[in-house]
Design a protein around this ligand. Structure first.
Ligand SMILES: NC(=O)c1ccc[n+]([C@@H]2O[C@H](COP(=O)([O-])OP(=O)(O)OC[C@H]3O[C@@H](n4cnc5c(N)ncnc54)[C@H](OP(=O)(O)O)[C@@H]3O)[C@@H](O)[C@H]2O)c1
Length: 346
């Protein structure tokens, strides 16, 4: 039987989704993977970091979070006001880092990840900031401390993209990747095909909870840029900077352009792409609205759904379609990474 002591920093939508899966899949983890997981610590910004050596009770934590009560009301816990200090004082086998994405300096996630790796903890994360801005540094730190850093959930949530490419397609030489990596913009563009204008479609996405009240990160393409940077680092081994990704959002796309494209048998999608140019040994990275012919597998991926097409030498074209967000959908990506780590544990 393998045993992992887990810390979750960030207890919002995704942190709670992972905790819920740990509880609902407890028996399956034991039976199918010989794995038991003890959640020893949890942190959020409002209530700080709580730790209990014998493990925390997930239903109690979820109830406290749902009622927005302090997590420290859980019985028998020690508490630190600051997550980083709590983590450094208590440790564990694996850190799940699921604080909010910050594409300016990747904080606070990057500090949590650096601290965990340095103290010999494996890290799983859905937070895009650290992978987008500092993948090379963090993977090198992980290697230095003989631990793993896995980030399946950063690209298309739990839909397996990184593991499909790195493990499922091992040894295939990836030449290009094209994807719809942002559900909000795909929802808006799909709604515009039915005749709505941009503002109407955005308002609808916000009402449905698919777009934030400040939608800039999604509609201006920054979220897709972050995922493109992660793919550049993990798939192509290229540490691109955000400014090296050509970026154009969807805010200036009009209903007329969308309907015109439709009449011409095309669909406009916000496409993130990476292409290796062998002649110049460069990696071209772009995020931009693109008119796709209906025969393209990405053209018919509508609503909040995400998709990615991978071009390789041995498998010319592989397309993976699936959810790119959601509480359990993202928790699934983290859990798959946790299981992958458990499999390699002695
Ligand atoms: N939601 C999705 O579907 C999805 C999909 C893929 C990837 N992601 C990524 O996953 C991460 C989490 O997303 P989410 O939707 O769960 O966000 P969220 O609901 O806003 O949760 C973020 C959590 O981080 C906590 N936090 C912020 N700063 C902290 C600090 N310094 N120390 C400890 N905790 C801190 C927040 O505390 P408070 O609760 O006190 O505010 C909150 O609990 C993000 O990076 C996001 O980009 C999300």
């Amino acid at each position: 039987m393998k045993h992992l002591r887990l810390s979750i920093i960030g207890f919002g939508t995704v942190g709670q989704g992972l905790a819920e899966l740990l509880a609902t899949k407890r028996a399956l983890l034991k039976q199918d993977y010989g794995l038991t997981v003890t959640l020893v610590s949890v942190a959020n910004a409002r209530h700080g970091f709580i730790y209990r050596d014998e493990g925390l009770d997930v239903p109690t934590l979820l109830e406290l979070a749902a009622k927005r009560r302090p997590l420290s009301e859980h019985a028998g816990v020690r508490r630190w006001a600051n997550a980083l200090e709590g983590l450094q004082a208590t440790g564990g086998d694996v850190l799940a880092e699921v604080t909010g994405t910050n594409l300016r300096d990747a904080e606070p996630g990057i500090s949590h990840i650096r601290a965990a790796l340095t103290q010999g903890m494996h890290v799983i994360t859905a937070n895009k900031g650290p992978g987008a801005l500092a993948a090379a540094e963090l993977f090198s730190l992980a290697q230095q401390h003989s631990v793993q850093l896995r980030m399946e959930a950063t690209v298309m949530a739990g839909t397996p993209v990184l593991s499909t490419i790195r493990e499922g397609m091992a040894s295939a030489n990836v030449t290009a990747i094209r994807g719809i990596l942002n559900g909000t913009t795909n929802y808006i563009l799909s709604a515009m095909v039915t005749g709505r204008d941009y503002a109407e479609a955005l308002a609808e996405a916000q009402a449905q909870g698919y777009a934030e009240s400040d939608p800039t990160a999604d509609v201006e393409g920054y979220d897709s840029v972050a995922k493109t940077l992660i793919l550049a680092a993990l798939v192509f081994g290229s540490a691109l900077k955000p400014g090296q990704v050509f970026r154009q959002g969807i805010t200036s796309i009009t209903r007329e352009q969308v309907l015109q494209a439709n009449d011409n048998g095309k669909r406009i999608k916000l496409i993130a792409s990476l292409r290796r140019h062998r002649e110049t040994d460069t990696l071209e990275a772009r995020v931009e609205p693109t008119g796709l012919a209906l025969g393209d597998p990405l053209a018919r991926v509508d609503g909040v759904m995400n998709a990615i097409t991978i071009h390789t030498d041995t498998l010319p074209e592989v397309t993976v379609i699936g959810p790119g967000a959601g509480r359990l959908q993202t928790g699934q990506g983290l859990l798959a990474d946790l299981i992958a780590i458990a499999k390699t544990k002695q």
